[in-house]
Design a protein around this ligand. Structure first.
Ligand SMILES: [Zn+2]
Length: 238
């Protein structure tokens, strides 16, 4: 049976399962039909993003904005394909922009053995096709997307990692601050630039107002998501 191309989160907002629920991208469509795409999955996900868009009745020419939560290969890997098909540049936080343009991941937290080993191996599997960045985002910026999309800078996982809050639909795109893979959990430590900072800034997600937590890794939570994230954070010693 074919995998479901999209999961509707709210009117005009869809999640795109790009590697099952393990890696997600997102579609936001304005009332006038303009489309914003958020995160492009791994290298081979580009065509899947475009197929998902077709499945909700939009096409490449409807896409006016391309966003990334951060410059990692499982989010930016499909970016070059989507940029080529839509003719658009990407927006990403200013602190991750140079990494995206170089097609590289930001440094990993060297306090973890795996990161030290990966660094010694030359970061194999860490690179992706260079991304053309048209706009550098800053914390608190509200993008002109379907009624407004707020940039929430949550550094740690990467220097310029952001969540995106779509106030009108109540959908929070968490990015990789927190995963929902077999339960709410931290991202893989050794993939973070600064794991302690990841833990610290994740608390911003507990203060925002939303009704759906749309994780970049794992299924979304539509039933009291902020409470689930608060419970998770309360259990952690940070
Ligand atoms: Zn990541």
């Amino acid at each position: 049976m074919a995998k479901q191309a999209t999961v509707e989160l709210a009117p005009g907002v869809w999640r795109i399962p790009l590697l099952g629920d393990f890696v997600n991208g997102f579609i936001l469509r304005d009332d006038d039909g303009q489309v914003t795409l958020v995160d492009m999955g791994v290298k081979k996900s580009g065509p899947k993003v475009m197929a998902a868009l077709a499945s909700v009745g939009s096409g490449p020419s409807d896409v006016t904005r391309l966003l990334l939560t951060h410059a990692h290969p499982d989010h930016a890997g499909g970016a070059a394909h989507v940029a080529a098909v839509t003719g658009r540049d990407f927006a990403i936080h200013e602190d991750d922009a140079s990494y995206a343009e170089a097609g590289q991941s930001p440094p990993r937290d060297q306090s973890f053995l795996m990161a030290r080993l990966m660094a010694r191996l030359g970061g194999s599997g860490n690179d992706y096709a260079a991304v053309t960045v048209g706009e550098r985002l800053t914390d608190g910026q509200v993008l002109d997307v379907a009624g407004g999309l707020e940039v929430v800078h949550t550094p740690g996982h990467s220097p310029g990692h952001v969540a995106y809050l779509h106030r009108s639909s109540g959908v929070l795109i968490t990015g990789d601050s927190i995963f929902n893979v077999r339960g709410v959990r931290w991202p893989v430590r050794s993939f973070c630039t600064d794991f302690r900072l990841t833990q610290k800034t994740a608390h911003r997600l507990a203060e925002l107002d939303y009704t759906t937590a749309a994780f970049t890794h794992g299924p979304h939570i539509a039933d009291e998501p902020r409470e689930a994230i608060r419970r998770f954070l309360a259990r952690q010693k940070v």
